[in-house]
Design a protein around this ligand. Structure first.
Ligand code: 5GP
Length: 209
């Protein structure tokens, strides 16, 4: 792949993108009650945005991690070729910690964070499974009249045809937030860099510092 088809992103750039999006979320009065980071790419943005979503006198927003991997990224062969990409859960919500320190997800504002929306397969899976989880809890606890609001924050959305969709209600109400929309190229994040100095220089040269 030619260098021009790669976009390098520095830690500073990520920090600033998180800060910008946090301001936007607070201005909309949509400070989340909980952040759900999709591991591993969502973890660093989730941690950074939490700092910028801090409000004096309010507790830090708890972060839970869920692990999702695409089948092919795990090196597994898909037995039925027509299925296409499948998502594997490698980690899920820690209900013990949630119940003890937080309450349930019912009626909460939930911000799902990942680094990049590529084919949208992962985000679609995360939203639909988390929505199911909430409905199950609502039925169990007889709390079906409370609204749970999901939002998404990604650093980058690739402008390309997607393989899965997100709820219209989320897109139409501005609850899908991509700090930047970029063309379809490979994004190089700093946490994968072998030489962080060189990586940062390449990011700067592309204006991503
Ligand atoms: P999806 O296709 O489900 O939207 O994205 C799946 C995952 O592929 C992302 O969470 C991310 O880990 C990885 N991915 C997709 N495109 C890129 C990219 O350009 N750079 C990096 N580093 N990871 C990517």
């Amino acid at each position: 792949m030619a260098e021009a088809e790669r976009m390098y992103i520095s830690y500073n750039n990520i920090h600033k993108l998180c800060q910008k999006v946090a301001k936007h979320i607070l201005a909309r009065n949509e400070r989340p009650d909980i952040i759900i980071a999709i591991t591993g790419g969502g973890m660093i943005p989730a941690r950074i945005i939490r700092s910028f979503l801090k409000v004096k006198g309010q507790k830090n927003i708890p972060i839970q991690a869920i692990g999702l991997s695409l089948y092919e990224d795990l090196g597994l062969k898909n037995s039925v070729e027509t299925i296409g990409k499948e998502v594997i859960r490698t980690q899920w919500l820690d209900f013990g910690a949630l119940n003890q320190h937080f309450d349930s997800l019912i009626g909460k504002k939930i911000l799902i964070v990942d680094e990049v929306d590529d084919t949208r397969t992962t985000l679609h899976y995360a939203v639909s499974e988390l929505e199911k989880e909430v409905v199950e809890q609502q039925n169990l606890l007889n709390r079906t009249n409370e609204d749970t609001v999901f939002s998404i924050f990604v650093l980058h959305n690739k402008d390309k045809p997607k393989k899965a969709e997100l709820p219209d209600s989320m897109i139409n109400s501005g609850r899908y937030i991509a700090a930047q929309t970029v063309s379809d190229m490979w994004l190089c994040y700093p946490w994968d860099a072998e030489d962080i100095e060189e990586h940062t220089e390449l990011a700067k040269a592309q204006g991503n510092d």
